[in-house]
Design a protein around this ligand. Structure first.
Ligand code: TYD
Ligand code: MG
Length: 455
């Protein structure tokens, strides 16, 4: 007889407990425990028929054929985010809020890879809905993509074994269930169990598997967080709904840099890669307004120029407000404190609103100097010369600190036709700056920058 087992599982991190707990002892989140009934059938066979018996091998004896190991999708942004293509046998989780464009991204990828046989399993949409999406994004015939409407993991594997695809796409992992588990699809135990099966499939057949996973605003339904350690790569597809931009960001990557960023534009006929984001992110109409400044930031291995905006106004109430968009709130407070202490500006009675345009979120410390310059420009109500951009971190004593990849940043600014870049003076003499069309100004303290800009 099968005995039912009840466990309480944290929906944030997957911690299990025999009784309900108010606060998860593992991730410290409140009210995340949900009850799940788990009934594992005695006959469950979770193992795949591996044709090879595994034996220990010396690391020196393993050969990786470079051109064999990765599948190049042809979507430059996607390939770069994955670290140079799709690694065979890898399992990739594509997370994002509902409606952000995950299914569109996956379908576009499938259509583009016309040399590979692709099995696209959808548990959410009917075949005709997917066909309608396909008609939007492509006008060419496509005979490499097979669609399957199925949510039972065993049946998916039956088809996968018969079809033997080069790539398997699962949209989405939250709709897939294993009938041997009592809990319903989308619960932690189902998601974890099914992901483990897909991982086993990927490793034994060397087929890359893409898993689409939904996350919600208030955290996670059946947390992709739980999956992060099972899968090889986690990429997040994000963006502000009101903007057309979509960002594909790596959170974890066993085969490449974990801080890459790919930028797309969602249009009527699908996602378009943005090769040169600097051109789009800088708005040419705000050139002569105060409170706007340009920063050169690194996103992964790529440098981009972004626009930062600040508005400083007298506070109507006793407590000054500080609001940020796309930038760390505490870091803004720190920069304001530095300005107050080192430059003697009285900001305590001012409201400060700060914004990074285009819906981007930046955590590169090199944006500091631009933030401060935008604030100063708004404070004195004098526009900055838009032929000037910034790249330096600011320390607590108001000093400008050098940032990594400074040559790349200077080159990016030069390429975008900007005439001047202000960076930290330290270490500048080691760079070769001859034959540059751009003027590189090295300064050491924030008050020097103020004098340099506003006289
Ligand atoms: P979708 O891929 O269904 O999102 P997800 O799978 O993440 O839930 O994309 C949904 C949104 O994208 C929808 O609001 C419509 C929009 N969209 C376009 O703007 N252009 C297009 O070509 C397509 C296919 C979708
Ligand atoms: Mg979808």
């Amino acid at each position: 007889m099968v005995k039912d087992k009840t466990v309480f599982v944290c929906s944030n991190c997957g911690q299990e407990s025999v009784k309900w707990l108010g606060r998860c002892p593992s991730c410290n989140e409140w009210n995340t425990f949900v009850e799940e009934v788990i009934r594992v059938d005695a006959k469950t066979n979770r193992n795949f028929n591996t044709k090879t018996v595994s034996v220990p091998v010396k690391i020196n004896d393993i050969t990786v054929e470079d051109n064999e190991a990765r599948i190049i999708s042809g979507d430059h942004e996607f390939d770069r985010v994955l670290g140079g293509g799709i690694v065979k046998g890898s399992i990739i989780l594509v997370g994002g809020e509902p409606g952000i464009g995950k299914s569109t991204l996956m379908l576009q990828l499938a259509v583009r890879l016309n040399t590979c046989k692709i099995l696209y399993v959808s548990g959410e949409e009917s075949k005709s809905q997917i066909k309608m999406r396909y008609d939007r994004i492509s006008s060419e015939p496509c005979d490499n993509v097979y669609l399957l409407n199925e949510t039972d993991v065993d049946i998916i594997f039956e088809h996968a074994e018969k079809l033997d695809p080069d790539i398997l796409i699962i949209d989405s992992i939250q709709t897939i269930y294993n009938k041997n588990l009592e809990s319903s699809a989308g619960t932690i135990s189902q998601v974890r169990e099914c992901t483990a099966r897909f991982q086993q499939y990927a490793k034994t057949t060397q087929t890359p598997v893409f898993l689409v996973g939904h996350i919600t605003k208030d955290g996670t339904i059946a947390g992709p967080k739980v999956l992060e350690h099972i899968v090889d790569v986690v990429v997040m597809f994000e963006g502000e709904r009101n903007y057309g931009y979509r960002m594909l960001r790596t959170v974890k990557n066993r085969f490449g840099s974990a801080s890459e960023l790919g930028i797309y534009l969602m249009q009527q006929n699908g996602l378009v890669e943005v090769d040169n984001p600097s051109d789009i992110l800088i708005s040419k109409n705000t050139m002569n307004l105060s409170g706007v400044s340009l920063a050169v930031v690194m996103e992964g291995l790529r440098s981009i120029i972004i626009e930062t905006q600040a508005l400083v106004s007298s506070s109507a109430y006793g407590n000054a407000q500080r609001t940020t968009n796309g930038f760390d709130y505490r870091r803004l407070n720190m920069l304001l404190a530095v300005l107050e202490k080192r430059c003697n500006f009285n900001l305590a009675s001012k409201d400060v609103f700060f914004n990074i345009t285009g819906g981007l979120k930046i955590d590169d410390p090199a944006v500091d100097l631009s933030v401060v310059c935008a604030i100063l420009s708004s404070l004195v109500d004098m526009p900055l010369n838009h032929e000037c951009c910034f790249a330096a971190e600011i320390g607590l004593s108001g000093e400008l600190r050098p940032v990594p990849h400074i040559e790349k940043r200077i080159a990016e600014a030069e390429k975008s036709g900007i005439g001047k870049i202000i960076v930290a003076g330290y270490g500048l003499n080691k760079l070769s700056l001859t034959n540059k069309k751009i003027e590189v100004v090295g300064l050491n303290r924030i008050d020097e920058v103020f004098r340099h800009l506003f006289g």
